[in-house]
Design a protein around this ligand. Structure first.
Ligand SMILES: *Cc1c(COP(=O)(O)O)cnc(C)c1O
Length: 384
């Protein structure tokens, strides 16, 4: 029997194959929209929109190995991956039960677009026990959750939700962008489909827009059929960059786990922060769940400055290392304010009730030295 390879080895090599002499160590970029095909052949042609050029195939295989999935597919964006994977499992007349703690773009897709296709969506608080069961309807076909959540980094235990899905015959789709397959693999906890914004950790360098879906052969085949006609194709160059990015996924995320914990622990000791949100801190609401189910606490961190929006603005102006930018999962530390980005559509009161008062800052910790990030925070706090 073949020895099972470790996560880092799979991230670099996938399933290593024999190398012929004089082969390039790095897979070449096939920057070609189309490929020759044998005359008279009825086989599917290779065409970049189909997600089947050699660069696409290589990263899909690798992600499937990392997630423990039968198959995977990369598309042009995380939103594209979410849209296609839901269209693959839902039909007109179906009901989708979704967590309300999800990416803003996904919320708008569900709330504003799915109705046009006769797909009904309702939202529930994923943190209340029995919320899922109560939210079920006769026509419920699927449940969607995101974990860890943005920006409070709540960690959902998927097993009870997955058990409900099994007994009710529902599909469970999980956006695990924040987790990465190093820290949490939803398919091992009963999910049917795992979705990533590959723009974030999978690529890891803030220079590519992409999405990915992993699951059974049959569900990925459905998503692929939709990709053919809806057209959220990934450019071959982007696939090549993701190939490079995924080789360092394990080291990047391991280091980001470590640095984020160090920064979170330091922040927790500073009187100017009212609260620090990090699943690795014992003070976090889901610390016990996180310890039990995650392999790492992640690179995302939320802090709440006591001085509200004004303090946040001053703090941001004083920072010299973190770039003030949306998005996450890159090598550079990024910081954003949910009140102006992901949660801008809520009133200040509604945000405060949701646990995101003004003064809340979300950090995506990069690969800088933790001492430097902490020193930068310290000098910025001193200027408040
Ligand atoms: C960024 C993000 C998305 C959307 O991904 P894009 O690649 O920007 O389309 C979806 N879900 C989560 C959790 C994200 O962070």
């Amino acid at each position: 029997m073949k020895r099972r390879l470790g996560f880092s080895t799979r991230a670099v090599h996938g399933d290593p194959e024999g190398r012929p002499d004089w082969a390039p160590v790095v897979a070449p970029l096939y920057q070609s929209a189309t490929f020759t095909n044998p005359i008279g052949s009825a086989q599917e042609v290779i065409y970049a929109r189909y997600g089947n050029n050699p660069n696409h195939v290589a990263i899909a295989k690798r992600l499937a190995l990392l997630e423990g999935a039968e198959a995977a597919l990369f598309v042009g964006s995380g939103m594209g991956a979410i849209a296609l994977s839901h269209l693959a499992v839902l039909r007109p007349g179906d009901h989708l039960l979704s967590s309300e703690w999800i990416y803003g773009g996904v919320y708008r897709l569900f709330a504003q677009e799915f109705g046009r296709f006769g797909i009904e969506v309702s939202f529930v608080n994923p943190l209340e026990p029995r919320t899922w069961k109560r939210g079920l309807k006769k026509n419920t076909r699927a449940i969607f959750v995101e974990t860890p959540t943005n920006p409070l980094l709540r960690v959902l235990d998927l097993e009870p939700i997955a058990t409900l899905c099994k007994t009710e015959g529902l599909a469970l789709l999980v956006d695990a962008t924040f987790a990465t397959p190093l820290n949490y693999r939803p398919l091992e906890h009963g999910a049917d489909v795992v979705i990533h914004s590959a723009t974030k950790y999978l690529n890891g360098h803030s220079d590519v827009l992409a999405g990915a879906v992993a699951g059974s052969e049959s569900v990925i085949e459905e998503v692929r059929k939709l990709l053919h006609v809806w057209g959220q194709a990934l450019d071959p160059m982007a696939a090549w960059l993701i190939d490079r990015g995924m080789k360092t996924l394990a080291v990047r995320v391991a280091r980001q786990n470590e640095t984020a914990l160090a920064v979170a622990e330091w922040c927790a000791k500073q009187s100017q922060f009212a609260t620090v949100h990090y699943p690795g801190l014992p003070s976090h609401a889901d610390h016990d769940v996180a310890k039990r189910i995650l392999n790492g606490f992640g690179g995302m961190l939320g802090v709440e400055l006591k001085g509200g929006a004004r303090a946040a603005e001053r703090f941001l102006r004083a920072l010299t290392i973190a770039a003030h930018a949306p998005s996450l999962g890159g090598v550079e530390t990024l910081v954003s304010e949910p009140r102006l980005t992901s949660h801008a559509m809520l009133t200040p009161d509604a945000r405060a009730r949701a646990g995101i008062p003004d003064g809340f800052l979300r950090f995506s910790i990069g690969l800088e030295d933790s001492d430097d990030i902490i020193a930068d925070f310290a000098q910025a706090l001193a200027q408040l």
